[in-house]
Ligand binder design. Structure first.
Ligand SMILES: *[C@@H]1O[C@H](CO)[C@@H](O)[C@H](O)[C@H]1NC(C)=O
Ligand SMILES: *[C@@H]1O[C@H](CO)[C@@H](O)[C@H](O)[C@H]1NC(C)=O
Ligand SMILES: *[C@@H]1O[C@H](CO)[C@@H](O)[C@H](O)[C@H]1NC(C)=O
Ligand SMILES: *[C@@H]1O[C@H](CO)[C@@H](O)[C@H](O)[C@H]1NC(C)=O
Ligand SMILES: *[C@@H]1O[C@H](CO)[C@@H](O)[C@H](O)[C@H]1NC(C)=O
Ligand SMILES: *[C@@H]1O[C@H](CO)[C@@H](O)[C@H](O)[C@H]1NC(C)=O
Ligand SMILES: *[C@@H]1O[C@H](CO)[C@@H](O)[C@H](O)[C@H]1NC(C)=O
Length: 226
């Protein structure tokens, strides 16, 4: 019993001694490989983390650059699929112009409004109420540019379209339906300025007409926000 214990201890001492005595010799297989693995693992992890950090940093940089925008656009197009192509396209367009304006079908966008020409005729008040029923008003013309634009949309010569301007008491002046009086900087009206006169426009002129005559009309609407 005692002898074997001593022998064992001696043996251990021997092996320890031999280990310490020969440091340049390669360690036994059982320990050497795992250590190399561990080292490789740590190094690998380090590089992986570094790589991930670099990729994230690059991603942020690319997103901020204009090229990133295009790449992102392509990414959304391809990943989102056919059905939503229009949605992503219109939203990128919108962010570029920073104003998100959409007009319903048959309504023409112009600056910050949507414009619609009627298909039928009616007296001025019919045009007024028809626009109101659509959640719109008769056209208000802000400046000469807008007048030129709207005139340009009229195809047929001779067709007259009511706008939201009439001759009204109490001040006996031309007044927009929003309550403002007409400025001669915007437009000049051909014809009499008298009671029961309403304003219509054609391809080439702005005229005073009896409010009881039948004309087409133009409505304007707020654009919808996407
Ligand atoms: C985006 O896609 C278009 C074609 O859909 C391609 O012409 C263009 O080069 C692409 N841009 C980038 C930055 O990948
Ligand atoms: C996308 O818009 C175009 C017209 O700009 C239209 O022809 C097409 O049908 C639309 N696609 C979808 C999926 O709505
Ligand atoms: C008014 O507008 C509607 C469409 O919203 C249309 O159906 C109707 O015929 C129009 N005309 C008149 C005279 O109200
Ligand atoms: C009413 O409309 C006219 C014509 O577009 C415009 O010049 C004026 O500023 C408007 N007034 C108000 C109070 O919105
Ligand atoms: C009518 O004109 C007078 C001055 O001529 C002005 O003080 C008044 O505000 C005008 N009324 C309207 C409704 O524009
Ligand atoms: C002129 O327009 C006003 C609304 O701005 C309306 O109250 C008035 O009845 C109109 N006049 C005529 C003759 O239609
Ligand atoms: C309307 O007529 C006045 C005076 O004749 C003129 O000063 C003004 O420039 C004219 N406005 C337009 C829009 O042509």
């Amino acid at each position: 019993m005692d002898a074997s214990v001593v022998y064992d201890n001696l043996n251990q001492a021997n092996t320890q001694e031999s280990k310490q005595a020969s440091p340049p010799a390669p360690p036994p297989d059982c320990c050497w490989y795992p250590r190399r693995h561990r080292l490789a693992l740590i190094l690998g992890c380090f590089w992986l983390i570094l790589l991930v950090l670099i990729v994230i940093r690059l991603g942020v940089l690319v997103q901020k650059s204009p090229i990133g925008k295009v790449i992102q656009e392509n990414k959304t197009k391809t990943t989102v699929g056919k059905c939503n192509v229009n949605v992503s396209e219109s939203s990128t367009k919108a962010t570029e112009s920073s104003v998100q304006l959409t007009c319903s079908n048959d309504w023409r966008p112009h600056r910050e409004k949507c414009i619609q020409f009627s298909q039928e005729n009616g007296v001025w008040k019919e045009g007024l109420s028809n626009c109101t029923r659509k959640g719109a008003t008769l056209l208000l013309i802000q400046d000469q540019e807008e007048l030129i634009f709207v005139k340009g949309l009229i195809k047929e010569r001779g067709h007259l379209f009511w706008i939201g301007l009439n001759y009204s008491l109490p001040n006996k002046t031309w007044r927009w339906i929003n309550g403002s009086t007409l400025s001669s900087d915007v437009l000049n009206i051909t014809g009499d300025a008298k009671l029961n006169s309403c304003v219509a426009i054609s391809k080439d002129k702005v005229v005073s007409e009896s409010c009881a005559s039948d004309n087409m009309w133009i409505c304007q609407n707020e654009p919808k926000r996407l």
